[in-house]
Design a protein around this ligand. Structure first.
Ligand code: FAD
Ligand code: EUG
Length: 587
């Protein structure tokens, strides 16, 4: 059984930002020879040295970094993210930290790394870009794991097929990269991508976590098509139609370089059991290629804002949204945002108030008035040629027009409303990082997402809002949240912003989210995704029929990964080589 290594307490509180993930602050190359901050479980120092030496033999010396002392932990910025720990930590900075980071150059490197990790029984945590902020960043669930930076070298857009309207990408391709590719190749008038609020993440990484964006193609997982995956034992598979070879493929090429048949990115399911889902939010494979459908340029676009004056109209607004969304009059993934979220994009808390406490209703109303916004603000868009947009808009306007005090705006009418200007880009698939600003609501802003799924009803929205706001305030935080409306449900994203240099603030944030998970489960609500520190707790709430689903997941995990080397503990699934109780996160 793997036991946790003793944990080295935090020794520094910050420092200069290193220019890249693979340089010490003084510009020196880090060493592969040293001891890490924390060793992999069950591995002693000489074994670790042997292990990293063999890693360097596989990928080359420049593609292995031992995370020694705190040199790698200076990086705390989304724009220059750490590849070795959770930048927005809620435990001490050095808790969710890798012992070393390896960057494979190609698929055979990934396969060789998996075999080496099996041989040494070292846990390995793959990530594509590591900008999974609010959910654990690049940090591994098991401290001391080997981080596998899939995106550093494997970052090619392998194909953009204009007629088929899809792309095939490697892990390191960001939303910015894919968008830039379309612009540079004059394809933006043919094809659009879908982007989350921040464009610096990986298309593949975000999709395999089942992340969300805001065009009609906002459900990224729904829009993926075909994957190539290295299994824990190092074998390579292609899913869906990719399992059927291309008769014209060059047999002299290694499998990962062979072309696939022409339907790999066109039909998701292939033949037989549909495997793709088991590689999402999972520890069953390392994804090396993924297809993603692109939206054809709809031939016209208009975004809009509808302001909803107070909490009193929230119920009615949601009841209006449901039939419009499921009926596809609302064509994209619209959002109903609390005013403090927009306020935080346009300033920090001190811009609006000297209060150290959660803002009161009257203080929040004053902010809304100042910003010319409602308590709730609905950002949507119309897609298609002018006559289609016009008809849709008449329906939207008539429906929301029933809400007393609702106001309607186009971005052209509100040039100073920064959020509406940002949404105008995001809802047509143009990436940005501007929304990062709300993270600075408090000094040294760190954030955690509490992300329960809700039914699209006024009752559910009100009940989740009441609960999450009351609990946030009880733990000393402002409620900052948004309802992200899918086809038949809402991802209610509550952004818990805390001061990451203040241990008390961190502890309160951690307590808050943990309390909310239990509160929500009691009311029949579950989260769609979570931070490393909450994975066990949330997995335990999905416990129908004596944890039957977890038992299945464990069976599959142990069958595919008998030594338990790939991402142990990911989403609460522990291999039999780990005593899961010993790995509970301290709170
Ligand atoms: P990575 O860190 O690369 O990967 C995330 C995880 O996926 C990894 O930890 C790993 O478990 C798994 N994984 C990644 N690559 C592989 C692989 N090759 N093989 C196997 N497993 C792999 N998220 C949204 O979805 N929608 C939003 O609108 C959104 N808005 C945000 C707004 C703000 C202001 C902030 C701060 C965050 C937001 N996020 C949002 C959360 C987050 O930033 C994104 O989801 C981001 O895309 C995740 O980071 P990444 O793409 O770098 O993923
Ligand atoms: C956001 C949306 C998400 C998520 C994390 C953040 C948006 C933040 C819909 O999914 O998981 C405002």
């Amino acid at each position: 059984m793997k036991e946790p290594q003793s944990f080295v307490p935090e020794t520094t509180t910050g420092g200069p930002t290193a220019p890249s993930a693979y340089r010490k602050p003084n510009g020196e190359k880090p060493s592969v020879a040293g001891d890490p901050i924390i060793l992999p479980p069950g591995i002693d120092s000489p074994t670790f040295k042997k292990f990293t030496q063999q890693l360097a033999d596989i990928v080359g010396r420049d593609n292995v970094t031992v995370i020694s002392k705190d040199e790698e932990l200076y990086q705390e910025s989304y724009l220059d993210p750490s590849k070795a720990h959770d930048m927005f930590h809620i435990l001490e900075k050095q808790y969710f930290v890798s012992s070393a980071v390896v960057a494979p150059r190609d698929v055979p490197d990934v396969q060789a790394i998996m075999r080496l990790c099996n041989e040494f029984e070292v846990p390995v945590w793959p990530f594509s870009i590591g900008r999974n902020v609010g959910y654990g960043g690049a940090g591994p669930r098991v401290p001391g794991s080997l981080g596998m930076d899939m995106g550093r070298n494997m970052n090619k857009i392998l194909n953009v097929d204009v007629e088929g309207a899809y792309a095939l990408v490697e892990p390191g391709v960001t939303f910015f990269d894919l968008h830039d590719y379309l612009v540079k190749n004059n394809l933006r008038d043919r094809l659009w991508i879908d982007v989350p609020d921040l464009g610096g993440g990986s298309v593949l990484g975000n999709t395999c976590e089942r992340g969300v964006g805001y065009t009609p193609y906002g459900d990224h997982w729904m829009m993926h098509c075909g994957m190539e995956v290295v299994l824990p034992d190092g074998s390579l598979i292609r899913t869906g139609m990719g399992a059927l070879p291309d008769p014209n493929a060059d047999p002299n090429l290694p499998p990962h370089e062979q072309t696939a048949n022409s339907c790999w990115q066109l039909f998701n399911y292939g033949f037989g059991p549909y495997n793709d889902g088991i590689f999402t939010q999972s520890s069953l494979g390392v994804i090396t290629k993924m297809g993603i459908w692109l939206m054809t340029n709809p031939g016209g676009y208009q975004s809009y804002l509808i302001t909803i004056p107070s909490d009193k109209e929230l119920h009615q607004a949601i009841e209006i949204i449901r039939p419009l969304r499921v009926g596809m009059v609302l064509q994209n993934v619209p959002t109903l945002r609390h005013v403090l979220m927009d306020a935080a994009v346009m300033g920090d808390k001190t811009t609006y108030s000297d209060s150290k406490k959660p803002l009161t209703d009257s203080e929040i109303d004053a902010i809304a008035k100042k910003l010319n916004l409602g308590r709730w603000n609905f950002y949507g868009a119309l897609y298609g040629p002018e006559p289609i947009r016009e008809v849709m808009w008449q329906v939207v306007k008539a429906s929301f027009g029933n809400i007393p005090g609702a106001k309607f705006y186009f971005p052209e009418e509100m040039p100073d409303n920064k959020v509406l200007q940002i949404r105008n880009n995001t809802l047509q698939g143009i990436p940005s990082v501007d929304e990062l600003k709300w993270v600075d609501w408090l000094p040294n802003g760190g954030h955690l997402f509490f992300s329960p799924i809700a039914k699209v009803t006024g009752d559910d929205a009100l009940a989740q809002y009441e609960l999450t706001r009351r609990r946030s305030e009880e733990f000393g935080f402002d409620f900052i949240g948004t309802f992200v409306v899918g086809m038949r449900e809402m991802h209610h994203i509550v952004c818990i912003v805390y001061d990451r240099k203040d241990a008390d603030s961190r502890r309160r944030a951690h307590k808050l989210i943990s309390t909310l998970v239990d509160d929500a489960a009691k009311l029949g609500w579950g989260e769609y995704r979570t931070h490393l520190a909450l994975m066990d707790q949330i997995a335990e709430t999905y416990n129908f029929n004596d944890n039957a689903q977890m038992k299945l997941n464990e069976k599959i995990k142990n069958a595919l990964d008998p030594k338990g080397i790939l991402a142990p503990g990911k989403n609460g699934i522990w291999p039999s080589t780990y005593d899961k109780k010993a790995w509970r996160v301290p709170i």
